[in-house]
Write a protein that binds this ligand. Sequence first.
Ligand SMILES: [Zn+2]
Length: 100
Amino acid sequence: MSDKLENPYGDQFLHDALEYVAKKTSKAKCPFCGNPNWTYENGGGLLMPVPKMAYIPMRYQPQTGQAASIPVFTLTCTECGFVRHHNLPMIMTKLDGNDG
Ligand SMILES: [Zn+2]
């Protein structure tokens, strides 16, 4: 597995995407237990948190190898473990030309 497949986005974008979602969903509570606190796997440091990426496969393609997939980062409820995904290409369209 290449590094490019692991992370086609730069750390700065992933950091900005995390901040964007945190700002947009700061009041979001877990739909299952009502907990307002979420966590993520940090691939960066404390100064610049960088959420680790995951891919949601859209279909299984054994003939061609790699399945079409959506790059996301995940947030996990700190109480019940419910996992939510945020679509990185979608966030990229929101961050383009938007400084905050
Ligand atoms: Zn929960």
